[in-house]
Ligand binder design. Structure first.
Ligand SMILES: NC(=O)c1ccc[n+]([C@@H]2O[C@H](COP(=O)([O-])OP(=O)(O)OC[C@H]3O[C@@H](n4cnc5c(N)ncnc54)[C@H](OP(=O)(O)O)[C@@H]3O)[C@@H](O)[C@H]2O)c1
Length: 213
């Protein structure tokens, strides 16, 4: 499968490298695909890795992973072009975070979510929210003490969710369907709980787990 990973931050680089390790082709979309950081990522990730503008990456990817800072997400999607993503599965990893003196907080919540906003921006794509509740280092092949945890996902398209559940399984994550894309109203606040634990205990190696009968 050829993935477009939109955004070259920590998440884009970790997920991109992990997907390549699992045998996928990855084209990383960036405002500056020639930057030193992006070139280093391509050079260190093997023959299946490449970089391009957001628009070219979106066009080339069969599936896209949205790994942008929330504040830049609308702009990144405008650069990518909704027409280049139409009909495709979009794996939305974003969290709608603002940063204040008390740490990160949600800038959307309760009655809306980033996942729903992304689905509105990409009306003809099939958005599935996942991977937003763990640190980037554990998104693929997690090495969490006491793990594996549970990776929640949600979206409106059943086939897209089946694809994502299979991908999560391939990447070492037991997963759980959290319903339609409005489930992002539940998954995104989990990030704040994750951050509080991280700040209190000085760790990034934790994740949520649903215990079931
Ligand atoms: N860090 C984590 O462990 C983690 C875990 C779970 C979820 N998340 C979520 O995943 C997303 C990515 O996280 P991150 O830590 O990788 O974020 P980041 O480093 O802050 O930003 C990721 C990328 O977003 C792109 N971007 C930023 N502003 C933009 C703009 N105005 N227009 C277009 N693109 C812009 C940039 O890519 P280019 O410079 O290549 O264009 C940037 O490298 C965030 O929404 C975050 O909340 C992060």
């Amino acid at each position: 499968m050829r993935f477009a990973v939109l955004g070259s931050g920590q998440v884009g680089r970790s997920l991109g490298a992990g997907l390549v390790r699992h045998g996928h082709d990855v084209v990383m979309g960036s405002r500056d695909p020639g930057s030193e950081q992006v070139r280093a990522w391509v050079a260190g990730s093997g023959d299946r890795a490449a970089a391009a503008t957001y628009a070219d990456a979106a066009q080339q990817g069969e599936v896209a992973v949205l790994a942008t800072a929330w504040s830049g997400t609308e702009s990144a999607l405008m650069l990518a072009g909704a027409e280049n993503l139409a009909g495709k599965i979009i794996i939305d990893v974003t969290n709608p975070l603002g940063f204040g003196p008390d740490g990160p907080h949600l800038v959307i919540g309760h009655t809306d979510s980033a996942g729903e906003q992304v689905q509105r921006w990409l009306r003809h794509s099939r958005v599935v929210k996942t991977w937003n509740t763990v640190n980037h280092a554990h998104m693929i092949d997690p090495k969490i003490p006491g793990g594996p945890g549970t990776m929640f996902y949600c979206g409106n398209d059943a086939d897209a969710k089946t694809f994502v559940a299979d991908l999560l399984d391939q990447c070492g994550w037991p997963s759980l369907d959290a319903g339609g894309i409005d489930g992002a109203r539940l998954l995104e606040p989990l990030t704040i709980l994750w951050v509080r634990y991280a700040m209190a205990h000085g760790t990034s190696d934790h994740a949520f787990k649903l215990l079931r009968p």
